[in-house]
Design a protein around this ligand. Structure first.
Ligand code: ADP
Ligand code: NA
Length: 329
């Protein structure tokens, strides 16, 4: 059985982009794979996190994943900082990875913005840690949104260079599993930026704990242009906001954008947004309700995470110890 590693940052509340680009895919991959689901708190602190909020959001994230269908008994759900192998292998990878490789990472450019000198050095080496997250378990498949493709290529480059430099066949090749359709969900306020937990505007995203009223309100206010919906996908060119809503619809309805437009083309955004609201609420409400229920018993959640960390550690420890021997430690 192939081993899968998936990570999500315990910052902010997970949103529809996380769901369609990642979580939903993770749930279905549980059949036929051995899965590790990691709340990546080491990645989270590459930008400032209020300590008590970080702890709270780690629990929230765990609850949302379980509510969405992740099974912590059959698979492993844990937080990254509880398994020291990640940080140890990441240090080795800092010494394998090249500055030139990191300089090509577009996510760093996006996240650092204009003040590139003022961000943490952790943010810069983030992709090296991500490579370590995966390779600490010799995982071979990583389900990610389209935004993470470049980081996975870098992880493969690091694994290959390690194998080459130390003349070993130690780290396996990693395959990115990018789900088809809505692999990149865009902001509701700006169709050219991805929906993200770190966007300061709450209106930019639908979270997985939003109630029906919040979903309806955010979709009503979602940015659109004045023209009605086109009849074909070609008509979505240069209309990123319209395209985004159509893609969200089709991803949740299990159809294609073409089929959505065959049904809704020619309609104004008013009625289309109402239909979209019904579909989004049907997906989000059960997750939101179950999350609230799980958060009532934080002792149980903490227990689940501790158990997950023990099982993750049992896999990681011998692999990282072997990597350290290879390096000469
Ligand atoms: P965020 O960027 O919101 O902080 P994370 O970095 O924690 O999200 O990403 C967690 C997972 O969700 C990753 O697999 C990532 O590819 C996916 N993801 C994040 N944002 C989106 C999006 N807007 N559309 C599709 N997938 C996304
Ligand atoms: Na991301």
């Amino acid at each position: 059985m192939q081993r899968i590693f998936s990570g999500i940052q315990p910052t902010g509340v997970p949103h529809l982009g996380n769901y369609l680009g990642a979580i939903r895919n993770w749930v279905s991959l549980q059949d036929g794979h051995e899965c590790l689901f990691c709340l990546v708190d080491l990645h989270a602190i590459t930008v400032w996190q209020e300590p008590s909020l970080l702890r709270e959001q780690t629990r929230l994230q765990a609850a949302v994943l379980i509510a969405a269908g992740i099974d912590p008994d059959r698979h492993i759900l844990f937080n990254q900082s509880a398994v020291s192998a990640h940080a140890r292998l990441a240090w080795i990878f800092n010494c394998i990875s090249r500055i030139g490789w990191l300089n090509r990472m577009t996510q760093f450019k996006d996240k650092a913005g204009r003040d590139r000198e003022a961000v943490s050095s952790g943010l810069y080496v983030y992709p090296n840690l991500m490579a370590a997250d995966i390779l600490t378990y010799h995982a071979t498949r990583v389900p990610v949104g389209d935004d993470q493709r470049q980081h996975l290529e870098l992880a493969n480059d690091i694994a290959q260079k390690f194998n080459h430099d130390y003349e070993v066949a130690f780290f396996p090749a990693i395959e990115a599993l990018v789900p088809p359709g809505a692999a990149r969900v865009m902001s509701l306020r700006d169709g050219t930026r991805k929906m993200s937990k770190s966007d300061p505007s709450e209106q930019s995203r639908i979270t997985l704990v939003d109630d029906a009223d919040a979903v309806a309100q955010k979709l009503r206010r979602a940015k659109t242009d004045p023209a009605p919906l086109p009849d074909t996908v070609e008509g979505l060119a240069d209309r990123p906001e319209a395209r985004n809503l159509v893609e969200i619809y089709s991803a949740l309805a299990g159809t294609t954008p073409g089929q959505v437009l065959a049904e809704h083309g020619g309609s104004g955004f008013g009625p289309f947004k109402e239909a979209l609201t019904a579909i989004v609420v049907a997906a989000v409400s059960p997750i939101a309700n179950e999350t609230r229920r799980l958060l009532d018993d934080t002792t149980h959640l903490d227990q689940v995470l501790r158990g997950g960390a023990e099982r993750a550690n049992a896999i990681a420890e011998p692999i990282v110890a072997a990597a350290e021997r290879i390096v000469g430690f």
